[in-house]
Every structure is written in C-alpha cells, then in structure tokens.
Design a protein around this ligand. Structure first.
Ligand code: HMH
Length: 222
C-alpha cells in the first residue's frame, strides 16, 4: 500500500514554527485574549485592516483567475465563496468603523500595510504561479483564524465588544474555509516543480513576517 506522505503545508508549519507562533500569538492578540487590550490599538488595527481587505479583494479575484480552466469546480467554488464572504467583511468593517468612531477616509496607510499590500499585488501578477498564490492565500487566512480563535478559547477574557471581531475569523466556519484552502494549496503543491514549491514556501514565510509587522504596526511598534 502506498504510504501517505506528509502534507507540504504541514511540513512548512513545522519548519517555521517559531515565526508562525510570532504571527498567531502576537502580544496584540494575547492582549485581546487576556482583556488588557488598548482600544486605541484595536482602532488602529481596524482602520488599517479595512484597507488591507480592499487590497485582498483584488488579490483573491486574481487567484481565482489563475486557476487553470480545467480546475475542479469545487476548487473554484472554494475561492468564489471566499470572495463572496469578503463583501460581508467590508460591510462589517464599515459598521465597526462607525461603532468605534473610526473614519476610514481620514486614515493614512502605514508602512507595514503598504508593504504587505504591495506584496499582494506581486502575488497577483499574471506571471506569478497559481500554486504560489494559493499557498499565500491559505497562509493569510489561517493566521487570522488561528490568532482570533485563541481569543475565543475557554478561559479567554476577550472584552465583549471585541467578541464579534474574534468570531469573524475565529469561528469553526472560518476554520473549515481555511482547511479547504489548505487542501487546495497542498493539491497544487504536490503537482508542481520543485522551484515553484520553494517559491511558495518563501511566500508563506513572507506572509508570516508581514503579519507580524502588521500586528506590530497595530500596537504602535513600527
Ligand atoms: C493583515 N491578514 C490581515 N488582514 C486580514 N483581514 C487577514 C489577514 C485575513 O483576511
């Protein structure tokens, strides 16, 4: 019987465990989890992330276009579902913005955000391999899922006002979506040349470090 091989994304999570933990258990997330969060930081994160998500919409649409024409319908649907969910996410940001008195049109993009959005644009370029973009897509979503799920664990003292934000990315439903993205990335990773696999791993690492920079920016450390 053929031995089941370890998934490539699982191997990356092991290889880059420390960086992954820095991205998913950042002091900002831990401060939400223990209830000590500075709400000014949360508001800064909210305003910056609204603009990130606007860039992410373009990225996500481009990843869908990168799928080969004969891609499995279920795979196209996974990405399409993700794009549809972003519409609600944008509305959520707008209503949170007014709830917290954050006006997005007065917000200046900070460097960590601009850099991350530029990286998204690079990944979206037509010469960029579909597999690399899919791996990055999964990484971007799983960091938020893992981070915010930690704020919902038993014993977490997440402030009630932030519960809703944590549920958006930390819910079991979002986790299922991330797992679908992970399987999709692994499927393409298993069938791509070694140099593309390496490029995808580099993109994974760059997503993780961009996420750390984004959290640092949110707490005012950048
Ligand atoms: C910075 N990373 C950042 N923002 C997000 N909204 C996500 C990931 C997940 O969608």
């Amino acid at each position: 019987m053929e031995q089941k091989e370890e998934l490539i994304t699982q191997r990356w999570l092991q290889t880059h465990k420390d960086l992954y933990l820095s991205a998913t258990r950042h002091p900002f997330i831990l401060s939400i989890r223990d209830g000590s969060v500075d709400l000014e930081c949360f508001k800064r994160w909210l305003a910056q992330d609204y603009f990130f998500v606007r860039s992410f919409v373009r990225f996500a649409a481009n990843v869908l276009v990168k799928l080969p024409r004969d891609a499995d319908e279920a795979d196209v649907d996974t990405l399409l579902g993700g794009i549809c969910a972003l519409e609600q996410e944008i509305s959520w940001f707008r209503s949170e913005g007014s709830r917290w008195g954050v006006q997005f049109n007065n917000v200046a993009l900070q460097e960590a955000n601009t850099n991350y959005c530029r990286f998204l644009d690079e990944l979206a370029e037509s010469r960029m391999d579909c597999t690399v973009a899919l791996a990055a897509f999964w990484a971007i979503e799983v960091v938020y899922n893992d981070s915010f799920a930690a704020c919902l664990e038993p014993g977490a003292k997440t402030p009630p006002d932030l519960q809703n934000a944590c549920e958006r990315w930390g819910s079991p439903k979002f986790k299922m979506y991330c797992m679908a993205l992970q399987s999709l990335a692994d499927k393409y990773l298993q069938n791509c040349p070694a140099h593309v696999q390496q490029q995808a791993e580099q993109a994974f690492v760059k997503v993780l470090s961009s996420e750390v920079d984004f959290w640092n920016m949110s707490v005012g450390n950048s």
